[in-house]
Design a protein around this ligand. Structure first.
Ligand code: UD1
Length: 417
């Protein structure tokens, strides 16, 4: 299994290009199931989760081809096997995103229940409740959800909790329903308007994506389209925090600063200087970092996917920081690993208190999930001496060539196979 070995203590400096967003690319790839015409998608990041999704779609009969610029063409001329097997769903929960499109187009889907997940329970009850409201019947057998329907019919759906992939699944399903669907208490994450833009290019009629009420007027069929995936706001935030935490000066290109307000506010509170343009940003450390308090919540509040990385920064900030995690019940697994590097962190329930220490000291640590892995890389970049991050397959799920990008900013980091 690959590891990363990091010699910490180098302030990052230079320019880094940000990739397309994983969490936008995954639902957009599944949108290809909604039409028999080709869907061409640009700016698709080269990631393990993207290959997993492409494999899943190919197993269903979708043909795919790649161009060298990262563009992917998908064509679901006929779907031979509307099944998402356990082997794939257990490695990537986002596989559940095939459910809505399959039921809408074919009236049939068999998707494995995701099962346990390192960061918490993560049920899919809201996806199912919404599909039932649209007229699907759902049965459970041998660990699979089996959804069936004739043509779906539009409905008013009030989500009990804000769910990102739940909103995406129902938005996709409703595009081909008979009549109007209104999704209330919808997630407002920027990846949702990006998916809506792709669906609109395919002929869907959607308004309100990006707000908490989305209205979809069903159409009889969708057609092929060409769409570019938005920049990854979590990769952007990860590089911003890495630059700030190492006392660096980094310019990021190909970004969408307007999708990172909560993260930028918190970074500024730590004392770093940030400049933004339409599609670039520059972060420059400005003396010692100050402690901050933050609380994760659905967009536009502070993202849970940036919580672990901020904790690494807080571990060496002056003063005591408080981080409250409200989205996932078990998302502090990086804490024990950071403690092994010398961080002073106490956890009670969903609250972590982080007393800034003078420095971290390198050690061997183990990554347990995607964003926890990123936080350990940042901790390794700050620490004195060598840090080895094990089990980095989690990192490869969501960060494109992270060690290459960090090396170009001066980090001493290498992958050991
Ligand atoms: C998406 C993101 C993930 C991010 C998360 C929260 C993708 C592919 N993944 O995951 O990176 O961390 O949003 O911003 O976009 N819940 C239920 N019932 C449901 C659905 C969700 O109780 O039917 C709960 C979950 O357990 C969790 C909360 O709702 O506590 C939010 O989860 P959700 O927004 O659905 O996360 P994902 O869409 O899986």
């Amino acid at each position: 299994m690959d590891k990363l070995v990091i010699e910490g203590g180098v302030p990052l400096a230079g320019t880094v290009a940000i990739s397309g967003a994983k969490n936008a690319a995954l639902p957009i790839l599944t949108a290809a199931l909604l039409t028999d015409e080709p869907l061409l998608i640009d700016n698709v990041p080269h990631l393990r989760d993207v290959s997993t999704m492409l494999n899943l779609l190919m197993q269903m009969g979708v043909t795919t081809s790649l161009d060298e610029k990262g563009g992917v063409e998908l064509r679901a001329a006929s779907i031979t096997k509307p099944v998402a097997p356990y082997e794939l769903v257990k490695t990537m929960r986002a596989s559940v995103l095939v459910l809505g499109p399959l039921v809408a187009r074919l009236g049939e889907a068999r998707v494995s229940l995701p099962g346990g997940c390192a960061i918490g329970l993560r049920p899919v009850d809201q996806h199912l409740k919404g599909l039932q409201a649209l007229g699907a019947t759902i049965d459970m057998a041998q660990g699979y959800m089996i959804a069936r329907a004739g043509r779906l019919r539009g409905a008013r759906i009030r989500m009990d909790i804000v769910t990102v992939t739940g909103t995406e699944n129902l938005m996709m399903a409703a595009t081909l329903a008979d009549g109007v669907t209104v999704i209330e208490n919808a997630a407002r994450e920027p990846e949702i308007p990006d998916l809506a833009a792709c669906l609109t290019a395919m002929g869907a009629k959607i308004s309100g994506a990006g707000t908490d009420v989305i209205t979809i007027e069903g159409v009889a069929r969708l057609h092929g389209a060409h769409h570019g995936v938005m920049p990854d706001r979590i990769e952007t935030g990860t590089f911003l925090v890495a630059a700030a935490a190492t006392g660096g000066d980094v310019r990021l290109t190909g970004v969408r600063p307007d999708t990172l307000d909560a993260v930028l506010d918190k970074l500024r509170e730590t004392g770093v200087h940030i400049e933004t343009g339409v599609d670039w940003m520059r972060v420059k450390a400005n003396g010692a970092l100050k402690a901050v308090n933050l609380r994760t919540a659905p967009y536009p509040a502070f993202p849970t996917d940036m919580q672990a990385q901020f904790m690494a920064l807080c571990s060496v900030a002056q003063g005591t920081s408080r981080i409250i995690e409200t989205i996932f019940e078990n998302r502090f697994m990086h804490v024990q690993e950071m403690q092994r590097l010398g961080a002073d962190i106490a956890v009670e329930g969903n609250t972590a208190m982080i007393k800034g220490v003078d420095h971290l000291q390198g050690a061997t640590v183990m990554a347990t999930d995607l964003r926890a892995s990123a936080s350990l890389v940042i901790a390794g970049l700050i620490a004195r001496g060598a840090t080895t991050v094990e089990r980095i397959y989690h990192l490869d799920r969501g960060y494109e060539r992270i060690e290459e990008k960090l090396s170009r900013l001066g980090a001493r980091i290498r992958r050991v196979r």
